[in-house]
Design a protein around this ligand. Structure first.
Ligand code: SF4
Length: 395
């Protein structure tokens, strides 16, 4: 999960003024401390019909796509492996899905609590149209509870506890275009919990010639995953550890469904990259790095990019230090030794392992400085020097 720049909106939402017929509501929204604090792009947004904070949740409510009805007005959610059984008037674990009279609803369709323009490298995607920016969105809620969550203010909140914008799919696509973003990204919190909106919005983005990408924890059931793969252009999966114990104790999730997601996504999605956040003392042993690399090579192939990223002490793990760079270099060396071809180090700006090298001729192909691409020698999906095919999606 990439860290949100700040909670709220950093893209122009001047259309708020055009639609805020209730001046009191508009002023209340615009004076919320987290809004519009730093515009990355200054292009004016035309009147898009985007409304300000909405008290009535009917605009955000839509029947859930993956659930089954049970006796006694109960329902079973079939979106993620948690499989919540939810009684009438109760919510699932992720806090954003509610049973009302035996019908299950998402409460976050078109409900956007953060919107920023980010480089695609921040997600991180390194083999997906390097150098583009993505109109990046989040809603409240998550289906796991990582102790190291970088965006816990969003992911561990109920939707009604955060200021939000009503941003239906077509408006989102228009706003992305106005901000010169060739892609939209569903990120910061967990896209699975607003799956219906993600696929609807991806369709709207495609209709306007944009790409759609997802940054996910991979904790999703197979049927919604396969549908997601058909609707988006790239998926980045967090493989948070190769230990079932870690998933139970640090993530409050399960390892095996995430491994299943990786196999399915590799087969069915247009593009996939993997992130492994290395947390000191918890998942930084040589044996785990080796097992993880061997599993990836055996089950996904040796040319899937994997990013070993640096942990920063946040949320419930402030007692641990940031990951030493030497630990990340050790992880990369082990993965390289196992034969993985595209291994990266993340969250260490300026490190040479942020660059892409040709696995055949070993020349520098893509040079990065932080999230900025400074050189790109991939031509039509091949190394400019030796014509070796470099997997990915290239402009
Ligand atoms: S998506 Fe939410 S409600 Fe559905 S099973 Fe997962 S945690 Fe439970």
């Amino acid at each position: 999960m990439n860290r949100v720049s700040e909670l709220g909106f950093s893209v122009p939402l001047s259309s708020l003024a055009a639609t805020a017929t209730d001046r009191r509501t508009f002023l209340k929204v615009m004076t919320l401390p987290c809004l519009a604090a730093c515009c990355l792009h200054s292009s004016p947004a035309a009147a898009l019909g985007i409304s300000s904070a909405v008290e009535d949740d009917t605009r955000f409510r839509a029947e859930a796509r993956f659930y089954e009805k049970l006796p006694g007005k109960n329902v079973r959610c079939k979106l993620c492996p948690r499989g919540c059984v939810v009684s009438d008037r109760e919510r699932g674990h992720c806090r954003v899905r509610e049973n009302r009279g035996g019908t299950y609803y998402t409460l976050v369709h078109s409900r956007v609590c953060a919107a920023h323009v980010d480089p695609i490298e921040k997600k991180p995607f390194f083999h997906f149209h390097p150098g583009i920016v993505a109109f990046s969105l989040a809603t409240a809620g998550c289906n796991v509870n990582c102790k190291f969550c970088q965006n816990w203010e969003i992911s561990q909140a109920k939707p009604e506890d955060l200021p939000a914008r009503y941003m239906p799919p077509a408006d989102l696509a228009s706003l992305a275009k106005q901000n010169q973003c060739p892609a939209v990204a569903f990120t910061y919190s967990e896209p699975t919990v607003w799956n219906e909106f993600v696929t609807d919005a991806a369709d709207a983005a495609h209709a306007q010639g944009l790409k759609a990408v997802v940054v996910s924890n991979g904790f999703i059931q197979q049927e919604p995953l396969k549908r997601l793969c058909r609707h988006v252009d790239a998926i980045k999966i967090d493989l948070k550890s190769f230990s079932a114990k870690y998933y139970r104790e640090v993530v409050n999730g399960e390892l095996q469904p995430v491994l299943d997601t990786l196999v399915t996504t590799r087969k069915e999605a247009k593009w996939m990259e993997i992130v492994h956040l290395v947390v000191p003392t918890l998942n930084d042993g040589d044996a785990e790095f080796r097992d993880l690399a061997r599993w990836i090579k055996a089950n996904l192939g040796n040319d899937v990019p994997i990013h070993f990223t640096r942990f920063q002490p946040l949320y419930l793990l402030k007692n641990l230090p940031p990951t030493p760079v030497e630990t990340l270099e050790r992880a990369k060396a082990i993965a390289d030794g196992e034969g993985l071809q595209y291994t990266y180090i993340g969250n260490v700006p300026g490190h040479p392992a942020e660059n892409t090298y040709c696995p055949k001729c070993h020349r520098l192909l893509i040079e990065r400085a932080g999230f900025t691409v400074t050189q790109n020698h991939v031509r039509k999906g091949k190394c400019e020097y030796c014509q070796h095919v470099i997997p990915g999606a290239w402009s």
